[in-house]
Ligand binder design. Structure first.
Ligand code: IPE
Ligand code: IPE
Ligand code: MG
Length: 263
């Protein structure tokens, strides 16, 4: 099956395709711990080890943007002690890892609501962003206190205020303007959204940005997600055929190819 570059053709093909932007719903810390008779806290701690690993591997593979869903706007519904643990782990991660991330040339950026977060957490998130803002390697997008519906609500409120002030005509609002008003304004849409732990749902993650993402669901719990698991996921991505509403190259008739290339 020659003459075809990029995405692989057969289910047997084992070629990794490296996406520009990989977004990950890191799920299953609790079940990982339970299966080992450990506490949920220990599961989350092991989850941080897997975070370090995927950051290094993503950078090594040449992924440009890695988004990690670390705490959702709905996770406040968990017991207070678990919320405290998760906040503590984020602080620990930034305090311990920021200089390593900086040395790895990683640029950190954070998406999510800052209202409702403790001032010391906001300060650490801002420090992570400002310390690494000039780095040119992997962009690590930490989705923390993130909820896609809230992101859209804030975006629409901001645009409505512009309209009310007479600075924006309603008809001038287009898709690009909405994208540019999201927390993720500077970040391209994710090519792949990967979720671990066997759950197959978005849980309020990147609803607008996921319009044409490829979804990959894997059974392994987040703490078990290692280099090999990442490579398998990128092989799966390599077997996908992204059409964006058009036709795959192989499906184009000669006539259609003429239309598609405009010649
Ligand atoms: C993911 O693991 C971590 C967060 C949501 C913060 P979970 O804590 O959701 O683990 P399970 O789903 O209970 O196994
Ligand atoms: C999604 O996982 C949020 C994060 C991974 C941070 P959850 O475990 O919170 O999702 P649900 O509640 O099972 O949908
Ligand atoms: Mg979960």
């Amino acid at each position: 099956m020659g003459g075809h570059t990029g995405i692989a053709e057969t289910p047997q093909t084992r070629t990794m395709v490296v996406p520009r932007h990989l977004a990950v719903i890191m799920d299953g810390n609790g079940r990982w711990a339970k299966s080992r008779n450990l506490s949920r806290t220990q599961g989350h701690r092991q989850g941080v080890v897997a975070v370090r690993e995927i950051v290094a591997n993503a950078a090594d593979l040449g992924i440009q943007y890695l988004t990690l869903f670390s705490f959702s706007s709905e996770n406040w519904a968990r017991p207070e002690s678990e919320v405290r643990d998760l906040m503590g782990l984020l602080k620990l991660f930034i305090r311990k890892d920021l200089s390593t991330l900086d040395k790895q040339n990683v640029r950190v950026t954070v998406i999510g609501g800052r209202n409702g977060l403790a001032p010391d957490i906001v300060a650490l998130l801002e420090e992570a962003e400002s310390k690494t803002c000039k780095n040119t390697g992997l962009t690590l997008v930490i989705a923390f206190n993130y909820g896609a519906r809230q992101e859209l609500v804030e975006t629409f409120q901001a645009l409505a205020r512009e309209v009310q002030a007479g600075r924006l005509a309603p008809d001038a609002i287009d898709e690009g303007m909405i994208s540019a008003s999201l927390y993720s304004a500077e970040i391209p849409d994710p090519d792949v959204i990967l979720r671990t732990s066997g759950e197959q749902r978005l849980s309020n993650f990147l609803l607008w940005q996921a319009a044409y993402s490829e979804f990959i669901f894997v059974d392994c719990f987040w703490p078990d997600f290692d280099r090999r698991q990442l490579e398998l996921a990128l092989e799966e991505y390599g077997r996908r055929n992204r059409r964006f509403g058009g036709l795959a190259v192989d499906d184009l008739t000669d006539d259609a190819q003429v239309v598609a290339t405009g010649s």
